[in-house]
Design a protein around this ligand. Structure first.
Ligand SMILES: Cc1cc2nc3c(=O)[nH]c(=O)nc-3n(C[C@H](O)[C@H](O)[C@H](O)COP(=O)(O)O)c2cc1C
Length: 319
């Protein structure tokens, strides 16, 4: 969808819908943190915050902002130190827990105290141990800038927040395409040759499907004919040539054989499935879909759609 730019100079004060503003901000993907600090003598505070960002390398500064209505604000304002706990992908529960106002958030949390007596939550993907440096007014939020005294990072994937919901990161297809294929030598001609890649993928998928087809006593050619009828009542020879991808000399004997086996019937130039074949079609399509899902399971939903889209384009281009 394209964005129409209708920006006009308006009055100095904003005049737009706050919900729409929030939605637009949600287009910016962030990580999720829980900022922790000591609350006087009595206890500890924890606030889920996605407003974390880096500020400076030298000195090492980071910031986050807290709602002026948050109960824990006065304690953060007083705290000399705080920890930014960068949540890992499996810590949605921790994020929700620390985003709820409640008496003692730490009763249900696993944590260790750092050298400054501030809790660091267990299982996070990174930690920034900070000294509170500056507080700034930022409208209805207070911006807290911390100097990083120490940090720790793990290999764990971080939790993301995007378009108003939790998310996990996945490498962009541009990056994965450039990555070294696991079982193919990068330098080999085949590893970079589209014909080979498409062909090998096709044959490997068909080999897996074959095991399933054998159970239904159907061979690959017959399967291609049956699958061509999904969504069609009947089909002529040319339509079947188009969908089965079988060469002309091969298709006719396959069709004749299927008529003999009671799977196909022919009226004039038109072929249709017998009741026996129709009964086979649903389990066969389910098998084919599970075969496809096995392979696409290695991709994210978006990558899978992109892969299919690109293949359709390649097919249209080479037709
Ligand atoms: C994903 C997510 C991100 C949040 N980011 C912020 C934030 O950056 N700043 C903030 O003040 N509140 C943020 N909140 C809301 C606070 O976590 C929540 O209002 C706060 O912890 C309430 O507890 P308190 O009033 O006891 O401090 C966020 C909540 C969620 C679920």
């Amino acid at each position: 969808m394209s964005v129409e730019h209708t920006v006009e100079k308006t009055a100095d004060r904003f005049d737009f819908d706050t919900r729409e503003f929030r939605t637009a901000l949600g287009q910016f993907a962030t990580g999720v943190t829980v900022v922790t600090a000591q609350d006087g003598e009595s206890g500890y505070i924890a606030t889920t915050a996605s407003s974390f960002n880096s500020v400076s390398m030298d000195p090492p500064l980071i910031l986050w902002s807290i709602d002026n209505g948050a109960r824990s604000l006065p304690a953060y304002e007083k705290a000399e130190h705080f920890v930014v706990n960068i949540l890992a992908a499996d810590q949605v529960g921790v994020s929700n827990h620390c985003a709820r106002q409640q008496e003692d958030k730490f009763a249900d949390l696993d944590f260790d105290l750092n050298a400054y007596g501030v809790p660091a939550l267990r299982g996070c993907s990174a930690y920034f141990h900070c000294k509170t440096r500056y507080l700034y007014e930022g409208g209805d939020h207070t911006i807290i800038v911390g100097e990083v005294l120490q940090f720790e990072a793990s290999e764990r994937d971080g939790l993301l927040f995007h378009q108003g919901r939790y998310s996990v990161s996945d490498a962009h297809p541009v990056v994965t395409a450039a990555a070294k294929p696991e079982d193919l030598e990068e330098e080999s001609f085949a590893a970079n040759y589209l014909h080979y890649l498409v062909g090998r993928c096709f044959y490997q998928l068909m080999d897996k499907l074959d095991i399933m087809l054998e159970k239904q006593d159907i061979n690959q050619d017959e399967y291609r004919v049956l699958a061509s009828f999904s969504g069609l009542q009947d089909a002529d020879y040319d339509t079947l040539l188009h969908y089965t991808l079988l060469a002309t000399p091969k298709l006719l004997p396959v069709l004749d054989g299927m008529i003999e086996r009671g799977l196909l019937q022919k009226t004039g130039n038109s072929y249709s499935l017998t009741q026996a074949a129709q009964n086979l079609l649903i389990p066969l399509m389910a098998m084919a879909k599970s075969n496809e899902a096995d392979m696409l399971g290695t991709f994210s939903g978006e990558q899978a759609q992109q892969l299919k889209h690109m293949l359709r384009r390649a097919i249209a281009w080479t037709a």
